[in-house]
Design a protein around this ligand. Sequence first.
Ligand code: 4NP
Length: 151
Amino acid sequence: MKYRILFVCLGNICRSPSAEAVLRHQASQRGLSVDVDSAGTGNWHVGQAPDSRAIAAAAARGIDMHSLRARQVSVADFNHSTHMFAMDQSNLADLMAMRPEGGIMPALFLGPATHTPPGEVPDPYYGGAQGFEHMLDLIEAASRGFLQTLN
Ligand code: 4NP
């Protein structure tokens, strides 16, 4: 079975593209073939590359995000994805409000499915570089835990 994993945050320029890039990177290191994508609940940044601070923080960890472009999540994503992960409670509530009947059930990325304590990946958009490091620490740990569940 081919896994199709979608990460969702608010703008799709900080957290969810970082999670997309980290999971893709970790999966390829393990020789696992997975489809990974990301989207935002909002449409303000559609078509844009990730935030330059996110690109820089990922690059320092050997992860390339340059080619990613923001898009908005759609109802079709609920029928296409095998896993849909929200980065915070607000993202999760927005997804639940648009979830079609029979569509995939979204879950918080931090939580039992990723062997991490339940919680949120805080939005680093209005903070400094430290917020992006913390974001990547959380995402890398959750991504490792999630990949373990696929084996
Ligand atoms: P993200 O961060 O949801 O992690 O991509 C944000 C990016 C942009 C905005 C908010 C959050 N914004 O309001 O433009």
